[in-house]
Design a protein around this ligand. Structure first.
Ligand code: SPV
Ligand code: MN
Length: 624
């Protein structure tokens, strides 16, 4: 007996497509699909299984419909988003919540009202278009980490991106049968202009229904607004993680290679454009993931997986010298989607690539020439700052494949928090313990804003765990879950904070690759292989250890003067920061008491140190 939804689907779909859906015996899936296909009114529906044919079909359709264009190198394509649709739209991204729920800092909306609005915007939005249905999983398949998800989209580019970024899940859906446990994404790029970019940006909406675990996205193409399994799913998995007592984080996952073949895994949370991807891709270390991890307590050990299998990375500034691995990948004939770059004679170009860029071509503004200005009179650079590349991790020669595929994940040795901070935090330091790290490093993270979201750049912004843009629960509940997660472990990862962006008189205090040294130091600290200097804000490296590491890792001299400048304890800035953070949390209900206790203890330690050593404290003065 067919249920009503299945009967409806039989009417709506061609036979071959219907059979693919029917093979998944899940009435919840059937009802969801029937309701939305009827509502969206596509003129054609294509259901993607895990077959190579279906993937090829989507790849082809992205070209056929003009959302992507071929480049000269085989398997390379370019995609453009509308000139005003180049980043995540924070203003129009809203969490739909039932009445009476208060989520500080977050952009919320009454659920009923939001659903009504988005349904109206999406009614018949796919008329004349083809709808693609795709099945994927977050995390490795068939493991305690797996979360299945279904994507509906009229953008072949979005579906193509998901094939590059996620593990296929059609067979997993078949295996799971009648589960309600899957996430749902409904996307439409809406009406397209002659350049095949979303036209009705005034009706751009990204609405996240936390009750039904469904995200709706309309009249936008930019990946951060549309690729359901990426940042849209992230809001839903944070909610699940906090409910179930695990961590869903905005972090890379990488292996740092220690002495004698020792492998130590680190996760790292940095706001967009703060060195997250380039840290994870240091050539002599090994990448597992660059954006999203799930961390669970398995037998008392924190173990992490990469949620994804690909990279949606920022291309600006990638050059042969600083990023040899990414450079090599971008110049090999593996499948890549370049977005919002300059194209001339079939070749992609981007700002800061270290070679000469042509004076004309096509970019995110259409036909482009040097000096071209936009409607606001702003000069248009060759590529957008947030231009990106999408590629599978398997293309990376330094991928840790075993770690990527292990259904139990890898043991987390250290967790790193990093922001774009001109004057407060030293380049690297280790927390005294879990709570100290979670509160003074994670929950107190601040960073100057960047081009990854629409809006003003270079403003110092509070961004706890670099997750604020994606948080979907009360910050107090989120932090309490974090603290408790650590308490239940038999072995807690060490927590570190890094800052690659210290400046003095407008000059950077560090070079781009210094971070490779900090990583090696952290690796040694995880195993207690080197000592450290105790400061009021945690442990910092000793000069002697860094000097050896700079020589070993970068074959560079590291001077005492550089060390002293970089690692001095900046009392006024640190105290000002504690005040800022205190003021942010103080008016909010439901913040764990530990937060204020940790901040107060830190303030006291800093004040005591000031009594003894003054406002700017040389690390040498603290060395015992
Ligand atoms: C980020 O901005 O953190 C990204 C890209 O990883 S986006 O998909 O836009 O979120
Ligand atoms: Mn990200």
């Amino acid at each position: 007996m067919m249920n009503d939804a299945l009967k409806k689907l039989e009417e709506l779909l061609e036979k071959e497509q219907f059979e693919k859906i029917k093979a998944i015996s899940n009435p919840y899936l059937h009802s969801f699909l029937a309701e939305w296909i009827e509502w969206l009114e596509p003129s054609k529906v294509y259901v993607c299984t895990d077959s190579e044919y279906d993937e090829e079909y989507v790849r082809w359709k992205a070209l056929y419909y003009g959302e992507e264009k071929m480049l000269e190198t085989p398997r390379h394509t370019v995609h453009y988003d509308n000139y005003y649709d180049q980043a995540r739209d924070k203003q129009n991204t809203k969490l739909l919540v039932p009445k009476g729920i208060n989520l500080p800092f977050l952009n919320t909306m009454d659920r009923e009202e939001g659903l009504r609005e988005i349904k109206e915007i999406m009614k018949g939005i796919m008329r004349g278009k083809e709808l693609f249905i795709g099945f994927f999983v977050l995390g490795p398949k068939n493991s305690v980490f797996t979360i299945p998800a279904v994507q509906l989209t009229d953008s072949a580019y979005v579906m193509h991106s998901e094939f590059l970024l996620y593990r296929k899940g059609y067979e997993e859906f078949k295996r799971l049968g009648p589960t309600r446990n899957f996430l749902k994404f409904v996307h439409s790029a809406g009406e397209l202009d002659e350049r095949k970019t979303s036209k009705n940006l005034d009706k751009r909406r990204i609405y996240i229904d936390l009750v039904d675990e469904t995200v709706y996205s309309a009249n936008t193409q930019y990946g951060g607004n549309t690729i359901g399994l990426k940042k849209l799913a992230f809001r839903l998995t944070i909610q699940r993680a906090v409910r179930e007592g695990w961590l869903s984080e905005h972090m890379f996952l990488m292996r740092v290679n220690g002495p004698n073949g020792r492998k130590t895994y680190f996760t790292g949370a940095y706001p967009s454009m703060c060195g997250k991807t380039s840290t994870a891709m240091i050539p002599w270390e090994n990448i597992v993931g660059d954006d999203l991890v799930f961390i669970k307590n398995l037998d008392g050990v924190a173990r992490a997986v990469n949620v994804e299998i690909g990279v949606f990375g920022i291309i600006e500034g990638i050059n042969q010298k600083d990023d040899p691995i990414i450079w090599q990948v971008l110049h090999s004939p593996v499948e890549i989607i370049f977005s919002n770059v300059l194209v001339k004679d079939g070749k992609p170009y981007w700002n800061g690539m270290g070679i000469e860029i042509p004076d004309e071509g096509e970019n995110h503004s259409g036909k482009w020439w040097r000096g071209k200005r936009d409607a606001e009179g702003k000069e248009i650079p060759p590529s957008h700052k947030n231009a990106r590349f999408t590629v599978r991790l398997e293309a990376f020669p330094n991928l840790d494949r075993e770690a990527l595929e292990n259904p139990c994940g890898v043991e987390v040795g250290g967790m790193i928090f990093g922001g774009r901070d001109p004057d407060t935090w030293p380049p690297v330091r280790e927390s005294f313990n879990w709570d100290h790290g979670v509160i003074t490093m994670g929950a107190a993270l601040e960073s100057e804003t960047t081009a990854a979201t629409l809006g003003k750049e270079g403003v110092r912004a509070f961004n706890p765990m670099s997750i604020l843009d994606f948080l979907s629960v009360h910050i107090g509940d989120y932090l309490r879950n974090y603290l408790e997660f650590g308490r239940k472990l038999k072995k807690t990862p060490k927590i570190f904070a890094v800052n690659y962006f210290l400046r003095e008189n407008g000059q950077w205090l560090n070079e781009k690759l210094d971070k490779a040294v900090w990583l090696k130091w952290m690796e040694l600290r995880v195993h207690n292989d080197v000592g450290a200097i105790e400061t009021p804000i945690g442990y910092i490296p000793r000069y002697e250890d860094l000097k050896v590491l700079f020589r070993q890792v970068l074959n560079k001299d590291y001077s005492r003067e550089d060390y002293e400048k970089q690692f001095k304890i900046r009392v006024p800035e640190l105290l000002a920061k504690i005040d800022r953070i205190w003021k942010i949390y103080e008016p909010i209900d439901n913040i764990p008491e530990e937060l204020f206790q940790e901040l107060e203890k830190e303030r006291k330690r800093i004040l005591e140190a000031r009594e003894k050593y003054g406002d700017y404290i040389s690390p040498f003065a603290l060395e015992k």
